[in-house]
Design a protein around this ligand. Structure first.
Ligand SMILES: C/C(=C\C(=O)SCCNC(=O)CCNC(=O)[C@H](O)C(C)(C)COP(=O)(O)OP(=O)(O)OC[C@H]1O[C@@H](n2cnc3c(N)ncnc32)[C@H](O)[C@@H]1OP(=O)(O)O)C(=O)O
Length: 359
């Protein structure tokens, strides 16, 4: 009789059997395909608070009923970062579980806000672009438009376009040009040397007027409104493995040390949405956020792993008096997350309504 658990026998069996594969390769995606994602997730208070607590998003309006009501919410709502991460997490099994890199995302919007805990999320994605990678023969580059909906009403709660590198079943010849088509810079272009303004202006406080004043001070001078935030968050098992799994994100990059040992990072890496939410948490701790409006041009520049520390840098781009409430104005920021070696790991623009000083 076969002794299946005899180590030699078992090792040979493992060599000979087929693997029941998970996930899809580049060749499985075709522009126009619509994928209804099977996993669903109820946006719970526990999930929301766990996400916000671990990423240092401590805005009281998302934690305390009195602070929520004061900001015009019925109760503490689901945080937009948790909603975004959960919308993406649910898609990973179908879109990117095979591996590859989360490169970037744009047009992140929240058409129905606020969202309250207890809402069940149903997510669908449409393949909008499949491109050959000119630098990596083993990968293609796929973009999807994803919509996270209220499963009961069908209302879109979160929507965005995301781009990943996705492994090919068969490598293809590439032109090796490494030329980007998304407006980003290649390494060669970035090597021209720093081209920074002479002065940096820091807003005095976190109210809308402080950003307006700082932009006014920088105007007509060789100056930028830019500053760094003091807080940092070192990545641990909770942020790297637990948070993505809590959003049903099955990417092996975050929880399978064995598989990742031979990857470029050599280890499991932080979910892009954790890195980004942590940096945004640092930035929000230095401002009086009223509402989140949206995010564009998000890019993940390099890996973050257990032991790395995520810091944040902010540049203020513009401020407009218009907002959904008279109590706020609208500010556009560029946020850059960076690690303990001062390397950028994430960048993106964020539009948020920022509270005005009361008269
Ligand atoms: C969710 C989820 C997974 C995760 O969350 S993984 C964690 C978050 N993501 C990362 O940690 C990736 C960090 N990025 C990197 O390590 C490097 O960018 C990477 C992927 C190793 C590539 O770096 P390279 O310097 O080798 O290459 P390039 O910068 O030239 O880019 C390679 C090709 O990709 C194209 N590309 C880059 N960024 C974008 C973008 N934002 N949008 C569109 N395309 C982009 C670039 O143009 C290059 O194209 P080629 O045709 O020249 O190959 C999950 O599983 O979903």
């Amino acid at each position: 009789m076969t002794e299946w658990t005899d180590p030699d026998t078992f090792a040979q069996a493992l060599e000979q059997v087929e693997i029941k594969e998970k996930g899809n390769c580049f060749e499985d995606f075709e522009e126009g395909d619509v994928i209804e994602h099977d996993p669903g997730l109820t946006l719970t208070q526990f999930g929301n608070e766990q996400w916000m607590g671990q990423t240092l998003n401590h805005d009281p309006a998302y934690w305390r009923t009195d602070a929520a009501e004061e900001r015009g919410f019925d109760e503490p709502p689901v945080h937009p970062d948790y909603l975004t991460a959960a919308t993406l997490g649910i898609t990973v099994e179908d879109l990117s579980e095979k591996g590859g890199y989360f490169l970037g995302r744009t047009d992140v919007r929240f058409p129905t806000a606020p969202v309250y805990t207890g809402t069940e999320l149903h997510v669908e994605s449409e393949v909008v672009n499949c491109a050959t990678s000119s630098s990596r023969p083993n990968y293609g580059i796929v973009s999807w438009r994803t919509r996270g909906k209220d499963a009961e009403t069908g209302e879109v709660l979160c929507s965005y376009e995301r781009t990943n590198m996705i492994p090919r079943r068969e490598p293809v010849a590439t032109d090796g040009s490494g030329k980007r088509t998304d407006g980003g810079t290649t390494t060669a272009e970035a090597d021209d040397g720093p081209d920074l303004p002479e002065e940096f202006v820091t807003p005095e406080g976190g109210y809308f007027e402080d950003f307006v004043d700082a932009l006014e001070e920088a105007k007509d001078r060789d100056a930028a409104v830019a500053y760094r935030h003091e807080r940092g968050r070192t990545q641990d098992d909770v942020t790297v493995a637990s948070l993505p799994l809590s959003t049903l994100n099955t990417a092996k990059q975050h929880h399978n040390v064995d598989e990742m040992a031979d990857s470029p990072s050599g280890n499991i890496v932080t979910y892009g949405d954790v890195t980004r939410s942590t940096a945004l948490g640092h930035a929000r701790s230095d401002e009086r956020t009223w509402r989140e409006v949206g995010f564009d041009d998000e890019s993940f520049h390099t890996f973050v792993a257990v032991g790395d520390t995520v810091y944040a840098f902010t540049r203020v781009i513009e401020a407009e008096n218009d907002a959904s409430s008279d109590e706020a104005g609208t500010v556009t920021f560029e946020h850059i997350a960076f690690n303990q070696n001062d390397e950028p790991v994430y960048s993106g623009t964020r539009t948020a309504e920022i509270r005005k000083r009361s008269n």
